[in-house]
Design a protein around this ligand. Structure first.
Ligand SMILES: C[S@@+](CC[C@H](N)C(=O)[O-])C[C@H]1O[C@@H](n2cnc3c(N)ncnc32)[C@H](O)[C@@H]1O
Length: 231
């Protein structure tokens, strides 16, 4: 794992005997063939299937928790951008006892034991209220966000959308976290925008960027891990 945003690689070395090649079928675009080939040969996709996780993304939050130890028993967890549910599955596994997990996404999520599901846009005005109404005393111990907007193809528009989600998630976390709570959020490229980062540094004891091994080397994503909410 690289901390402060540097890539550390990962994904494992290719075994030539196991590596599968996909022929380009008539009608299938080269990009889809490449995507399919990468999926078939990705050890994390195979591991996710074997462990019953709904996404390879599950390993990203598991690896971040292995490093930063933010999940504990008896926690109230909010998972933003949760579909299809890999991060929530890991949260349920690692937060035992009297824990609550609320998962929100624009998309429908199939039921996960121990998780309350909300199908809505986090940017809707009433999303914070809806989330709070499902939390014990309206407060959370941790907010995790893997939200990623659909790309428009225009980099400047995509950048604004991404930063808008990060900023909104950070503001929400600062409103509903209990003292000593944590905020874990997917960000891109250089990390969170300077103002958001500065605001978080004031409100949390520690703010770090980390790229877990399961995050693809060629992906611009990185994760912000803020711990020790000061209230
Ligand atoms: C990378 S996926 C999340 C994967 C998930 N963490 C997992 O482990 O299965 C990103 C998700 O963010 C959701 N998303 C993007 N914008 C959103 C918004 N405004 N409100 C709620 N969800 C949003 C997308 O619908 C998508 O399901």
């Amino acid at each position: 794992m690289s901390v402060t945003g540097k890539s550390s690689g990962g994904g494992g070395r290719k075994n030539p005997r196991l590596h599968q090649k996909v022929k380009t079928a008539r009608g299938r675009k080269t990009s889809s063939t490449k995507w399919l080939q990468r999926q078939l040969n990705d050890p994390y996709v195979q591991k996710a299937r074997a462990k019953g996780y709904r996404s390879r993304a599950a390993f990203k939050i598991a690896e971040l928790d292995d490093k930063f130890k933010f999940f504990r028993n008896n926690m109230a967890v909010v998972d933003l951008g949760a579909a299809p549910g890999g991060w929530s599955q890991v949260a349920v596994e690692r937060c035992k006892g009297n824990s609550t997990v609320i998962a929100l996404d624009l998309l429908q999520i199939d039921a996960i034991a121990g998780v309350t599901l909300l199908e809505m846009d986090f940017m809707d005005d009433d999303a914070p209220e809806q989330l709070c109404s499902h939390l014990p005393e309206g407060k959370a111990d941790i907010v995790i966000s893997d939200m990623a907007p659909n790309t428009s193809g225009t980099p400047s528009v995509d950048h604004l959308r991404i930063m808008g989600l990060v900023e909104a998630a950070a503001e929400f976390a600062c409103e509903i976290l209990k003292p000593n709570g944590s905020f874990v959020c997917k960000v891109w490229q250089g990390g969170a925008d300077r103002d958001t980062l500065r605001a978080l540094q004031k409100r949390f004891t520690k703010v770090r960027h980390a790229k877990p091994p399961s995050s693809r080397k060629d992906s611009a994503e990185t994760f912000l891990v803020a711990t020790g909410f000061k209230g």
